[in-house]
Design a protein around this ligand. Structure first.
Ligand code: DAH
Length: 339
């Protein structure tokens, strides 16, 4: 019987040595130590032994059982440790790898400049108006004192939907739409797309953007126009900005002017940026023509007003030193993400 116990011990040792998984160890536990296991089998035969042999064999069997239990515990610990090592090696994280980027979009430079301009005028008490891009001949031209056959129409040729419906050439028709609905005091800006049948080049596009401004009230003068636009330019381009007003023709304003800003590059001396002029044209403006006021039922004897129209692309090009306006429309992310 001693031999049998010793054999069990060796067999258990051998089996545990080769066990490679928890399942195998568990099977070994059942095989040797379980209720129907080999050690139990030996103990069941104790009845056949003599009174002197019984305690000796009993003690031996218990010792072997304890040894096997010990060994099982050790093998389980080994296996767990190996498993941990294996997972650590396999799931190693390289903290030097670049992180996962979640690209975030940006506002288009034209939108950025628009928001900035809107902010400046809202700060001066202007509210925001809107008008349609598909306009009638009446709003785009006629009501702005540009009757059919007026020569100034030639400079604003556009795309016609029908004889009297067209894509607006300017944001000025919003002036008429606002004044038809709202009696003075009026203080609005309106921005949006405008269209002209121009060929595409570095400074021309058949679609571009304008911001229109309109102020109508009692006693509004050219001084208000100059003051407002000077404040606007100084806020946009810095307090040292110098502007000048130069006569120009717009049928819907009288008197009318273009406003230039002194060239930032050469400060009036003349350089390639300002094409030797020393000044850069920024916007058109003037006092609202009495005919325009009368046309919307506002008495020009009682009220006066000023208006202006700014090219947004032009402002953005100056702002970001962009030489070719086509870049704004190409949607090349490498260009757009710089702003
Ligand atoms: N609409 C004109 C243009 O597109 C710009 C302009 C000039 C707007 C004078 C005005 C203005 O409101 O008073 O060239």
């Amino acid at each position: 019987m001693k031999n049998a116990i010793e054999k069990i011990r060796l067999a258990a040792h051998e089996a545990l040595d080769h066990a490679a998984s928890m399942k195998e160890i568990d099977d070994i536990r059942v095989r040797f130590l379980g209720k129907k296991g080999e050690i139990t089998g030996v103990l069941k035969q104790m009845g056949k032994l003599s009174a002197e042999e019984r305690p000796v064999i009993g003690q031996l069997a218990n010792e072997v059982r304890a040894r096997i239990e010990e060994e099982i515990t050790r093998r389980v610990a080994d296996l767990k440790e190996n498993e941990l090592k294996r997972r650590l090696a396999q799931e190693r994280i390289d903290v030097t790898l670049p992180g996962v980027t979640h690209p975030l979009g940006k506002r288009h430079p034209i939108s950025q400049v628009l928001l900035e301009v809107q902010d400046i005028f809202q700060g001066m008490g202007f509210s925001i108006a809107e008008g349609p891009e598909v306009e009638t001949d009446y709003y785009n031209f006629e009501a702005l004192n540009l009757p059919k056959n007026h020569p100034a129409r030639d400079t604003q040729d556009t795309f016609y939907i029908s004889e009297n419906i067209l894509l607006r050439t300017q944001t000025s028709p919003v002036q008429i739409r606002v004044m038809e609905k709202q009696k003075p005091p009026v203080r609005v800006i309106a921005s949006g797309r405008v269209y002209r049948s121009d060929a595409v080049d570095a400074t021309h596009s058949p679609i571009f953007h304008q911001i229109e401004g309109l102020v109508v009230d009692k006693g509004v003068t050219m001084a208000d126009l100059k003051g407002t636009l000077e404040i606007f330019v100084k806020q946009l381009y810095g307090p040292d900005s110098v502007v000048r007003f130069r006569p120009h023709h717009f049928p819907f304003t009288e008197p009318r002017a273009e406003m230039d800003i002194m060239c930032f590059e050469c400060h009036g001396k003349g350089c390639p940026l300002c094409k030797g002029e020393g000044w850069i044209e920024l916007l058109g403006c003037g006092m609202v023509h009495p005919k325009v006021l009368t046309g919307v039922g506002i008495d020009p004897e009682e009220y006066s007003g000023f208006a202006f129209g700014i090219g947004l692309e032009r402002i953005a090009m100056r702002r970001y030193n962009i030489k070719d306006m086509r870049l704004f429309y190409e949607n090349d992310v490498r260009f757009l993400e710089q702003f």
